[in-house]
Design a binder for this molecule. Structure first.
Ligand SMILES: [Mg+2]
Length: 386
């Protein structure tokens, strides 16, 4: 079997859902998805495509590594080039599964579990009162989820204390949290955990916004809350700073969504600077890299909870890795109020039910894009599988 074409299409998504379709001379095709590569990833895939025509599509890891090392000066260690390769890599996995008539988890060593626990990323505004927060949490719970995540990094917030009004306008570049901002972060977590009650797992994202001392203050005051995790308390590029926060936090620290490849996660894992890694598989290198990263983390008993803002295709692709590694914890779901989530797949059924994805035995990724419907959301200025 030989690759005969590589084509892309893109829809509006978290920025963009970028689809990669790979066709072969045997008539078998594969579909992959990547995110956060932007139009650079489309250009890169078009540039790489001629190099892949005529190649054996089953040599997934070799193709990935050859392209990556062959373009190491062009971004082969992180960024849009890796994301472009990721779209190709996931399409090759889908193709191989379909050609062999097996789901991807069977090609990855088999399943550790049949059901993949999913958490809902939900939107809590820093100005919300308890009733408003409870409304958000109730909505998540009514949809059957047993885990959620909120953001507590505060852009702008006003509060009246006595006769005085305090306004927090976060400086775009300074990482230090002021007293009012700090207190509000703790109050938000207090309200969310009270609204959620004891059965709901709650994760809290700080989006890399704090310096070490501010983050340790937050971690210290959040100690009584038994969170699922505290996410990216400090910027991702300084692993020692992350480790410092981790050593002062009673709650697990989670990071990694802005890192690429297992190489990007290596220091975080080896220094045990986190309790949980959260690579975004359709962005950071794909399914093989994701699986290898999870396996590396497992050596240190570090859990694996992939970041995910993809469509059902990329989400399901990630789920195969989650099924095939022992240290999987939970997978993200970002599209609580996105009504096209189920319409763009041929199955016309939500892959997430009661907060879980149940792995199916269909070949490849196991869900199919409905191109007719998906093309209605085509990203402006892009072509559609041409
Ligand atoms: Mg995050």
């Amino acid at each position: 079997m030989k690759i005969t074409s590589i084509k892309t299409a893109a829809t509006v998504g978290h920025g963009m859902h970028l689809w990669v379709k790979i066709e072969t001379d045997a008539g078998v095709t594969g579909l992959g998805e990547c995110v956060h590569g932007g139009t650079q990833a489309i250009a890169t895939i078009e540039y790489l495509a001629p190099k892949l025509i005529g190649r054996d599509p089953f040599a997934i890891d070799a193709i990935f590594e050859e392209m990556r090392r062959g373009h190491v000066f062009d971004g082969g260690t992180g960024g849009a080039l890796i994301t472009a390769l990721t779209g190709i890599e996931i399409a090759l996995w889908d193709l191989k599964g379909k050609a062999l008539g097996v789901p991807l988890y069977e090609l990855m060593g088999g399943k550790f579990r049949d059901k993949i626990w999913v958490y809902a990323d939900c939107e809590v505004d820093p100005g919300m009162d308890f009733d408003q927060i409870k409304h958000v949490v109730d909505d998540v719970m009514e949809r059957g989820f047993t885990a959620l995540k909120i953001d507590i990094d505060i852009g702008a917030y006003s509060t009246t204390r006595g006769t005085q009004t305090f306004t927090v306008v976060k400086d775009k570049f300074n990482y230090t949290a002021g007293q009012i901002e700090h207190e509000r972060m703790i109050e938000l977590v207090d309200m969310v955990t009270r609204a959620a009650g004891p059965g709901m797992a709650v994760a809290v994202d700080i989006h890399t916004r704090l310096d070490v001392t501010s983050a340790i203050r937050v971690a210290t005051d959040l100690a009584p809350y038994h969170l699922m995790w505290l996410e990216e308390p400090v910027p991702p590029e300084n692993v020692d700073a992350m480790r410092e926060v981790k050593q002062h936090s009673k709650n697990p620290i989670c990071a990694g969504e802005n890192l690429y490849l297992r190489h990007g996660l290596r220091e975080l894992i080896e220094k045990q600077a986190v309790d949980i890694i959260m690579p975004d598989l359709p962005k950071c290198g794909g399914l093989s890299e994701g699986r290898k990263s999870a396996n590396l983390a497992e050596l240190y008993y570090i859990a694996f909870a992939p970041h995910n803002v993809s469509s059902p295709i990329g989400t399901m692709a990630s789920a195969h890795v989650c099924a095939s590694v022992p240290n999987f914890l939970v997978l993200e779901y970002h599209w609580l109020h996105r009504n096209y989530w189920t319409t763009i797949i041929k199955e016309k059924d939500d892959i997430i039910k009661n907060g879980y994805i149940t792995m199916n035995d269909r070949p490849g990724i196991g869900v199919e894009l409905d191109e007719e419907v998906a093309s209605q959301y085509q990203y402006p200025g892009t072509t559609w599988f041409k």
